[in-house]
Design a protein around this ligand. Structure first.
Ligand code: HEM
Length: 417
């Protein structure tokens, strides 16, 4: 079956000034594409005067997004990475409080980023490779051949949960608790994860208690390469407030959870929708190298990142005023054919596959990018070793109700041996 969009919005029927791409339903229905296509063409720096999160600007072209993301002095991340700053949604606190250095400017940003960066160094993640590969093999070995099953919980969630447990050295048997906390921390009431902001706060309190106790445990033990041990022993992390420590752990768990999980599910969907690319891959497994960044571009796991203007600034002929909210729609920039040839197509042997916006640009560029790529590379190396004919998507794709995380909630598949 064709797994493409089910609900299409006619982009021409909406007056341009009424286009509001922040509606989470658009992404749940995969119905945002024509709106962004029109914005890139007619109004690439677009003002939305009224949305559930108040007024905001949309930056939709590749080059403009790079310009905003690279200019942290004029476009501040300070409590601004989400359109929802709590004032409009009834949230009990600013959503960005949970995302510490992602939502900070220098010098505080640089100081905190420096503390966690060693955990993501090539040398450190190389140490995880053998464990991750063994776990991928175990999960793939269990899959039913010829019978329908849901790829998302069986493979994508399972593998990312195991990766997170490895990263923070958490008991493997309790790995799904990490996923739950990650889901809760980015949940919106009514999205099927949480029912109210109070519920979120309650569940995250337990998270905080658990990880404060873990830090004490790691402090009492010799340093190891896991992230909590790193935060427990790093001299720079000693004066970190409890709130910052907890938020940093959440950031790393959230950063590694949805994004990697949805890239895995997205890769199955993209190869199902592009059988010619599956054929290319089978004929030449070395293409995994260039396919991995293409998967991440095509999926664009984080739909946008927000900023706030620190001064009046002109962008694309528009005047953005000091204090205005600005959303960089990575999902749109990654489909900008002015910057990326045949941007709407999934092509696994692109000559410059890393030319995409999915990891952002500038000082906030994703610290976990190598880990995410490694996880996807191992998954596909192990899938190809199985010699399966194809992985067919057999039922409707269910997508997440979110304007921030491009999530695949359910993906029924059948493996053809
Ligand atoms: C395919 C997977 C991933 C994608 C698409 C992704 C995407 C992003 C994006 C768009 C940003 C913000 C960039 C900006 O504002 O310019 C970011 C930041 C970040 N990511 Fe990732 N990410 C992924 C995987 C990971 C993993 C596996 C981890 C860690 C386990 C991680 C941890 C972080 C952290 C800590 C930041 C904050 C960096 C900063 O503010 O300096 N990410 N990521």
């Amino acid at each position: 079956m064709d797994s493409s969009a089910t609900t299409m919005v006619d982009p021409q029927s909406i007056p341009i000034d009424q286009i509001d791409v922040s509606d989470p339903k658009l992404y749940q229905e995969d119905a945002h594409w024509p709106l962004f296509e029109r914005l890139r063409r007619e109004d690439p720096v677009h003002y939305c005067a009224d949305s559930a999160y108040g007024a905001y600007w949309s930056v939709t072209r590749y080059e403009d997004i790079v310009a905003v993301d690279s200019n942290h002095k004029i476009f501040s991340a300070h409590h601004a990475v989400m359109l929802d700053d709590g004032r409009h949604s009834g949230q009990t606190e600013d959503a960005t409080v949970m995302l510490p250095f992602l939502a900070m400017d220098p010098p505080e940003h640089d100081k905190q980023r420096k503390i966690v960066t060693p955990a993501m160094s090539p040398a450190n993640i190389a140490k995880l490779e053998a464990t991750i590969r063994r776990r991928v093999q175990e999960v793939l070995d269990m899959l039913p051949i010829g019978a329908e099953f849901d790829w998302v919980p069986t493979v994508s969630i399972e593998l990312t949960a195991q990766m997170l447990a490895t990263l923070v050295n958490y008991p493997l048997k309790d790995r799904h608790q990490l996923v739950r906390w990650s889901d809760v921390s980015v949940g919106i009431p009514g999205d099927g994860v949480i029912d109210s902001w109070e519920q979120r706060d309650q569940e995250l309190k337990l998270f905080a208690q658990t990880f404060l106790a873990l830090r004490e445990e790691r402090r009492a033990a010799p340093p190891t390469s896991d992230l909590i041990s790193l935060l427990a022993h790093s001299p720079e992390a000693q004066d970190m407030s409890i709130q910052d420590y907890i938020s940093n752990v959440i950031l790393l768990i959230v950063g590694g959870n949805d994004t990697t999980r949805n890239s895995m599910s997205g890769s199955i969907l993209a190869l199902h929708d592009h059988p010619e690319e599956w054929a290319k891959l089978n004929a030449n497994p070395a293409l995994i190298e260039s396919m991995v960044p293409e998967i991440i571009r095509f999926q664009t796991p984080l739909i946008y990142m927000g900023r706030r203007a620190t001064q009046d600034v002109e962008l694309g002929g528009k005047l953005i005023r000091k204090g205005d909210k600005v959303a960089m729609w990575y999902i749109s920039g990654n489909r900008d054919s002015e910057a990326i040839e045949h941007a709407d197509r999934f092509i696994i042997d692109r000559p410059r596959p890393r030319q995409h916006l999915s990891f952002g640009f500038g000082i906030h560029r994703c610290v976990g990018n190598r880990l995410a790529e490694m996880q996807l590379r191992i998954l596909w190396e192990e899938i190809l070793k199985k010699g399966w004919k194809r992985i067919e998507v057999t039922g409707p794709v269910r997508r997440a109700y979110s304007n921030n995380i491009r999530g695949i909630v359910s993906l029924p598949v059948r493996i053809h041996a």
